[in-house]
Design a protein around this ligand. Structure first.
Ligand code: ATP
Ligand code: MG
Length: 252
């Protein structure tokens, strides 16, 4: 991967928040060709995820949130623009390098938990820890999400919220620097959703994982250090929260 000068870049990426960018997108566009029609999912987005921050990304359905997150996490590539992970230019990475970036540095949590039904909670997490460099043990990761007493349960023996916490344990077990969550509470009732958010909050605080959470529940943005509002494929607003509301106090 080619990289530009990290020293210069650091000064450029220092934000109003005083942090250094772990991930940074510049001039991102993403166009999907649908037959004769171009769908402009992103139209020139500048975005950074800062070291250790808790960022919430909000916006209406179709505003480009998932598209942006998938590009930042190396699951997709922009049509135009650049993405950098620290001093590495991901837009120039080949497929193998992109896979390595994801494998080593990014944990993903999606709305649907995607656990293997035939494996226990511990075994689902072990799928990741077996190929990671310096992982938490599956038991440690599950303990961190409050499921130390459910190690040998199969997904069908867990509630939706518990399954999502297994998915969080799986995402963080490799100690990723970045945690990307796309509607992690989308399939959950309010109470289970809060517990999942508390777990994500704890991972951010205790492991220092730079975290971005996509949500359509505006109150969740009160948890964040910074809130980015997407509108029609563009950044509409970036807000810095002076104080953060703990997940346990969020209502929606
Ligand atoms: N694979 C695809 N092919 C064609 N168009 C797509 C594709 N993925 C997304 N789009 C379009 O790009 C736009 C942005 O989609 P995206 O999934 O990023 O929105 P979103 O903000 O995540 O929405 P939601 O809140 O509903 O998840 C939408 O108009 C969508 O229809
Ligand atoms: Mg989406």
């Amino acid at each position: 991967m080619s990289g530009s000068n990290p020293d210069t870049d650091t000064s450029q990426t220092s934000s109003e928040h005083g942090g250094k960018a772990v991930l940074e997108g510049r001039g991102l566009t993403r166009t999907y060709r649908m037959g004769e029609v171009d769908v402009h999912a992103l139209r020139g987005v500048d975005f950074s995820l800062l070291e250790g921050e808790f960022l919430v990304l909000v916006g209406a359905s179709g505003s480009g949130k998932s598209t942006l997150m998938n590009i930042l996490g190396g699951l997709d590539r922009p049509t135009e623009g650049t993405v950098r992970f620290r001093d590495k230019d991901l837009s120039r990475a080949n497929d193998r390098q992109l896979t390595e970036f994801r494998r080593l540095h990014v944990g993903f949590v999606f709305q649907f938990y995607n656990l293997m039904p035939s494996l226990t909670a511990r075994e689902n997490v072990a799928l990741v820890t077996e190929i990671a460099r310096d992982p938490l043990s599956p038991a440690e990761a599950l303990d961190m999400v409050g499921l130390g007493h459910r190690l040998d349960h199969f997904p069908s023996q867990l509630s939706g919220g518990e399954q999502q916490r297994v998915a969080v344990a799986r995402a963080i077990a490799k100690r990723p620097e970045i945690l990307l969550c796309d509607e992690p509470t989308g399939a959950l009732d309010y109470r289970s959703g809060v517990v999942v958010l508390e777990v994500i909050e704890r991972v951010n605080a205790e492991l220092g994982t730079s975290t971005a959470v996509i949500t359509h529940n505006a109150p969740i943005s009160e948890m964040a250090n910074r809130v980015v509002l997407l509108h029609d494929g563009q950044v509409d607003e970036i807000r810095v929260n002076e104080s953060r509301t703990p997940a346990s106090d969020i209502r929606w």
